[in-house]
Structure formats: structure tokens, C-alpha cells
Design a protein around this ligand. Structure first.
Ligand code: MG
Length: 307
């Protein structure tokens, strides 16, 4: 088997001012990351996760490789949050899928409440367990499905990348069949669109990943679009896998110092992480100047009144 068509659509939604989701759509690796944090820290966290995964190289295979990549992303985000005050406390979910070079299995690595689904034989199956407060209450029987769907804290997650020096990564490996369709998505889709509707939309899109991604994002927006929405889809088709693909050839042509190819670029344009207005460090002198002007004015008023 091999990967067939694939597509990704990411949308800000109708309520949020910016899109803090990031994704990877680079066969054989796919991922979604849903960032959180003040200002633009959430966007930084999810993009750091995505750019770390994009540093994947062809000799890294399976669950072990995915887990290492996710831990590496965790380290990068955590270290950045310690050294950059604007990024303090940021974090992100990540759900990643890596198809093996023989096209027989897909490894999934997962932290947080983004999800991986498989559509097979007209059924939609969730492959990941949400690391969220509501999912844990649901699993322990303290909430019903209906209560969970309306819970005010349904966006609270219990595991994230970048909030701690260590992270537990869930990994599974799933055997592939021709005509399998995989969906990775952020909670902006799944809190707005029920599983049965996701399945119906994928069927209405005739299992075309690009069309399905567009239609899923549209459905989430029509249901309110309360959060950023990201959908990444890929299909599995019969046939020989493309051996190691162009990416592997490109990496082989430019071996890095450790033979793993070039290290991933920190692909974050500075303008996107810079905050508007004065930087935190340059605000204090201005405030001091204002305070001293105000104090001098007050003294003049008091002096003129007491004369
Ligand atoms: Mg979200």
C-alpha cells in the first residue's frame, strides 16, 4: 500500500482573532498541533511542535521515532518558555501520524485533545484518547456523554507539550488497508461537529481528502466556529510505496553532521511572534518619565495653592 491523496485545511474560525493551530502535511508524516498561551505564545508553541516534526528524516520509523520527535518538541517549547517571558506558560497539543516505508502500518503519537480518526468500511473510529478533564470524567463514569458535550470546561486539557520538562506520549501502531482514510484534527472541529456528522461529511466528499477537509471546516464554522479548526486527511491506496520518496533523497544529498540531514530550521518569522507596542523592557523608562512629570506638575499645583 501507499499514501494516496492528502490535504490539510486550517481556519481561524469565527470567534478567535488568530489561528493558534499548526499542522504538518508532508507524507509520510502528518500532524496537528493546537497551541495555548497568552498573546501569540500559543501560536509559537504549536509552530515549534510542527517545525520539530518537519525535521523528521527517513531513517526514523515507527512509534519510537515519533515519541522521540514529540519529546524533542516538548524540550524545545519548554526551554523557550523558560527563557522568553512572552512565551511563559505556553503549551500545545500534538497528534502525529507516520506511515512506515513499506506502507503497511501507521504509527500515531499523541498528547492533548486533538484527535486521530480512521474511516474504514463506512465506520469512523477514534484512535486517540483525549487528555482532557471532560474525557477523564467521562471515562470514570462521572459525566454522561450529553453532560460532557455541554461542559463549560470541555477545553481544559490534562496533558500538553511544553508545560513541563517531561511529557508522557501515547503511541499506537495501526495496520493499514487499502481505502483507509485518516483524519487528524484539532478540537475546534470535534467540539462543533459530532462524529456521525464527520462520517457523513467524509462520505459526501466521496472520501476525497481535499474536499472533505474543506467541508469539515465549513461545517465547524456553520456550527459556530468557536475555536480554530484544523483538519489533515490522507488516504491509503493499493500499490507499491514510493521508496523513501524525494524527501529522503534530498536529505541524503545534504547529510548533516550526525547523518540525519539538515537540522530543522526555526521557521518562525519574527514579525509573527513580536507583540504590538513597546517591548516589555522599554516600557519602564517611559512610565518613570511620565510619573516624574506628573509628580513635578503636582508639586507646582501644591506650591501655587499654598502661597
Ligand atoms: Mg483548540
Amino acid at each position: 500500500m501507499r499514501i494516496g491523496r492528502h490535504a490539510a485545511v486550517s481556519d481561524t474560525g469565527r470567534r478567535r482573532l488568530q489561528n493558534e493551530d499548526a499542522h504538518v502535511d508532508e507524507p509520510p508524516l502528518f500532524a496537528v498541533a493546537d497551541g495555548m498561551g497568552g498573546a501569540q505564545a500559543g501560536e509559537l508553541a504549536s509552530r515549534l511542535a510542527a517545525s520539530t516534526l518537519e525535521g523528521w528524516s527517513a531513517n526514523q520509523q515507527g512509534e519510537v521515532a515519533l515519541e522521540l520527535l514529540v519529546r524533542d518538541a516538548n524540550n524545545r517549547i519548554f526551554e523557550r518558555s523558560l527563557t522568553d517571558p512572552a512565551a511563559s506558560g505556553m503549551g500545545t497539543t500534538v497528534t502525529a501520524a507516520l506511515v512506515d516505508e513499506r506502507g503497511e502500518t501507521v504509527a500515531i503519537g499523541h498528547v492533548g485533545d486533538s484527535r486521530a480518526y480512521r474511516v474504514r468500511d463506512g465506520r469512523l473510529e477514534q484512535l486517540t484518547a483525549d487528555h482532557s478533564l471532560v474525557a477523564e470524567l467521562l471515562r470514570s463514569g462521572r459525566l454522561t456523554q450529553e453532560e460532557a458535550e455541554a461542559h463549560p470546561h470541555r477545553s481544559v486539557i490534562t496533558r500538553a507539550l511544553g508545560t513541563d520538562a517531561e511529557v508522557d506520549v501515547d503511541t499506537i501502531t495501526v495496520a493499514l488497508q487499502p481505502d483507509d482514510l485518516f483524519l487528524l484534527c484539532s478540537d475546534g472541529l470535534t467540539t462543533m461537529v459530532r462524529d456521525e456528522d464527520i462520517l457523513a461529511i467524509v462520505a459526501a466528499a466521496a472520501h476525497d481528502p481535499a474536499r472533505a477537509a474543506e467541508m469539515l471546516v465549513k461545517a465547524a464554522n456553520e456550527a459556530g466556529g468557536e475555536d480554530n479548526i484544523t483538519a489533515v486527511l490522507f488516504e491509503v491506496v493499493a500499490g507499491e510505496p514510493e521508496a523513501h520518496r524525494d524527501r529522503a533523497q534530498a536529505l541524503a544529498a545534504v547529510p548533516g553532521p550526525d547523518g540525519r540531514g539538515e537540522p530543522p530550521q526555526e521557521s518562525l518569522p519574527p514579525a509573527r511572534v513580536r507583540r504590538w507596542g513597546a517591548a516589555a523592557g522599554s516600557r519602564w523608562p517611559a512610565l518613570l518619565l511620565l510619573a516624574s512629570l506628573f509628580g513635578a506638575g503636582a508639586l507646582v499645583v501644591i506650591w501655587s495653592l499654598t502661597r
